[in-house]
Write a protein that binds this ligand. Structure first.
Ligand code: HEC
Ligand code: HEC
Length: 256
């Protein structure tokens, strides 16, 4: 496993996609901070994630008994919303972003907590998995400038999509490709996970700004593979795909 991660990191490094450490703005994870985080976790997060962080809280069952996603099991190494390569734990900023934004349709935003409280609960979440202490977590850099959207760029992106993505997402990008119909896509807890409907950008769980879609396709999710290798030295193509996906939704929006 370790070897695979190193190889992946090296690959990303070669493709010029890596930046440095994750922890620049994070306050220190003292025992007091972790204790405060535990108190927050046991008041709200446990409802879904379970008191031991196993994804089996009292509300989890009602979410989706028979299909993924279920609330994440923090004792395992598998995370979805990452700037880190597939198979690597998320950077602290990734956890912070998820807790701040929530997960569209599945987890509320916790913007109501102060930043300090969000970092405290993250410190506690990390304490479920000792690998957070030891694993290197290099981040994939989201490269700019992006290719501006144009009919040519969208057409090139559509072609790439039909060849590489339609098998899961369907030719019309609505999430009903062959792999889904054949029932081979299994998420956490071995439950079926449906590919996202890519025509409904504002519902995206991992973000809908162009940089965020770029991040999704370069780092992958859980059942969705990373396409970093396909785009090595061909980042223009990654942006073409992003432009194509953004063209599928009615109201594309970007940060100011
Ligand atoms: C209402 C239920 C609910 C509550 C409350 C909730 N979560 Fe979640 N959370 C989820 C679900 C469901 C997912 C998985 C979404 C998916 O896989 O698409 C998730 C995913 C996450 C992830 C993403 C892990 C990854 O794969 O990148 C983090 C981190 C997280 N939750 C932290 C928290 C913290 C911290 C709290 C409390 C402050 C919290 N959650 C409260 C339901 C909840
Ligand atoms: C092996 C099947 C598979 C392939 C191939 C695949 N995807 Fe996915 N994709 C998924 C699944 C499953 C999800 C939903 C994951 C989830 O909900 O956790 C997803 C989610 C996404 C999302 C995230 C939407 C969100 O909610 O944030 C985007 C964007 C996306 N895929 C784009 C692509 C593109 C572009 C390609 C081709 C370059 C591609 N996918 C190839 C299975 C696949």
């Amino acid at each position: 496993m370790k070897k695979m991660i190193l190889v992946t990191c090296a690959t990303l490094l070669l493709s010029g996609l890596v930046v440095g450490s994750a922890d620049a703005i994070k306050p220190e994870e003292t025992p007091e901070a972790i204790a405060k985080g535990k108190a927050i976790f046991e008041r709200v997060c446990y409802l879904c994630h379970g008191i031991k962080g196993k994804g089996d809280g009292p509300a989890a069952f009602f979410f989706s008994s028979y299909v993924a996603p279920r609330p994440r099991d923090f004792n395992q190494d598998i995370f979805k919303f990452r700037t880190t390569p597939t198979g690597v734990l998320p950077a602290d900023e990734d956890l912070f972003r998820t807790v701040t934004n929530g997960v569209s349709g599945y987890m509320p935003s916790f913007e109501g907590l102060t930043e300090e409280e969000r970092w405290q609960v993250i410190a506690y979440v990390k304490s479920f998995n000792p690998n957070f202490k030891t694993q290197l977590r290099p981040q994939v850099q989201i490269t700019f400038p992006k290719i501006p959207s144009s009919p040519d760029s969208i057409a090139a992106g559509r072609k790439f999509f039909q060849e590489n993505c339609a098998i899961c997402h369907g030719a019309n990008a609505k999430g009903d490709g062959m792999a889904w119909q054949q029932g081979v896509l299994k998420g956490f807890f071995d439950l079926p996970i449906q590919p996202s409907d890519l025509t409904n950008g504002p519902q995206f769980k991992n973000g809908y700004f162009s940089r965020e879609i770029f991040r999704t396709i370069v780092t992958g999710l859980h059942q969705m593979p990373s396409f970093a290798d396909n785009f090595k030295g061909k980042e223009d193509m990654a942006w073409n795909v992003v432009n194509y996906i953004m063209s599928l939704s009615r109201t594309p929006r970007e940060p100011k």
